[in-house]
Design a protein around this ligand. Structure first.
Ligand code: SF4
Ligand code: SF4
Length: 352
């Protein structure tokens, strides 16, 4: 039986906060896009970045990149969902010819222009595209864009190029636009690199006329509305019992443990990585024995997210006792309980 997804259903699921919305899949996206009336024009700019976000986007699995660029078409346009008019990383042309495509994009019909930015915005002189300062390019394109999406931590909040000590003044797109007096909503899709699902779902969402519900940092709550440590982490039971990995790669005798002591910043991370995972939902940072660095957060890689591999200051107390005390107490209590149960069972058997 064919599942019918109306535009209303899609809008409802995209604006809902919850697991069902977060797991929106290719079938839902396809059905929604079939209802988008027109082709959207995308301009994809890169500021200070490592291009890891493009590599991550290229690894989108459901739908995969080939489907996105060929068979997933918008409405009756016959044109693919995310074939940018201009994308400097993989543009087939170069030089002035490539730069002309930005002008073509700028003239595309109103209410049909999406600007995707990867990479942070640096002070004048540090980043030029086609002989133009990146800041000027961003101002020109932001002014005419109907939607602006910052994909990855660098364009969302400054990311690694904006780390403490950088001399380039690198910052995120929304901070830069505020600075130059452009008041436009920027949809921030942080993480380092950005997760492809977040971009594809957000594109599909704006193409059918829905702005995702955003948190105080401009992040869609569908992807960034839940705390890793309190709500999603499968290693939380180890934390509650005080069982920790204390060295990378060395697991406790119990088999596994919480990554807190090797610097897991899950308690301050609002991200759905534990649920969504990476690389076609195979795994994610904690699952390969590494800590979460909290790359979803505005302060990454500074503030409480720093230094990496060092635990957050102050393990939260439970009834004024550190979690290890409760953990060892619980383990001891559980062991004592088992021993009593075993002894009772033995006595009963003897009596029988
Ligand atoms: S500290 Fe990290 S590994 Fe441990 S429970 Fe919290 S999120 Fe999970
Ligand atoms: S698990 Fe943490 S460090 Fe890894 S991608 Fe997600 S937010 Fe970033």
């Amino acid at each position: 039986m064919e599942l019918k997804l109306t535009r209303r259903d899609f809008l409802k699921s995209m604006t809902m906060v919850g697991i069902s919305a977060m797991l929106i899949n290719k079938a839902d996206i396809l059905k929604a896009l079939a209802q988008a009336k027109d082709y959207w024009h995308i301009c994809w700019l890169n500021g200070a970045s490592c291009s890891g976000c493009e590599v991550s986007f290229a690894q989108n699995a459901d739908p995969d990149i080939v489907e996105i660029l060929t068979s997933m078409t918008v409405g009756e346009s016959g044109l693919p969902i995310a074939l940018p008019d201009y994308m400097q990383v993989i543009h087939p042309t170069s030089g002035s010819l490539a730069m002309e495509f930005i002008e073509v994009w700028k003239k595309a019909s109103e209410k049909r222009k999406i600007l995707i930015v990867v990479g942070s915005v640096q002070n004048p002189g540090f980043c030029e595209i086609g002989g133009k300062d990146f800041r000027d390019l961003l101002i020109e394109t932001s002014k005419v864009a109907d939607y602006i999406i910052a994909f990855g931590s660098c364009s969302s909040f400054g990311g690694i190029p904006g780390a403490k000590g950088n001399v380039t003044g690198a910052k995120g797109v929304s901070d830069f636009l505020k600075e130059v007096g452009i008041r436009k909503t920027v949809i921030n899709l942080p993480r380092c690199p950005g997760h492809p699902d977040s971009l594809v779902s957000t594109l599909a969402s704006v193409m059918v006329g829905v702005i995702p519900m955003l948190d105080n940092y401009g992040r869609p709550v569908d992807f960034f509305g839940m705390n890793m440590h309190s709500e999603l982490c499968p290693y939380r039971p180890f934390y509650d019992r005080g069982i920790f990995i204390t060295k990378p790669g060395e697991y406790p005798t119990s088999g596994d443990g919480c990554r807190y002591k090797i610097g897991c910043k899950g308690p301050i991370a609002y991200t759905d990585c534990a649920l969504r995972k990476w690389n076609n939902r195979v795994s994610y940072c904690l699952e390969v024995g590494a800590p979460c660095l909290s790359c979803s957060e505005k302060e990454f890689p500074d503030g409480d997210t720093s230094p990496f591999w060092k635990e957050l200051p102050g393990l939260p107390l439970i009834l004024n006792a550190p979690v290890e005390v409760w953990g060892s107490g619980l383990v001891a209590a559980a062991a004592a309980g088992c021993a009593i149960h075993f002894a009772r069972k033995k006595i009963k058997k003897k009596e029988e």
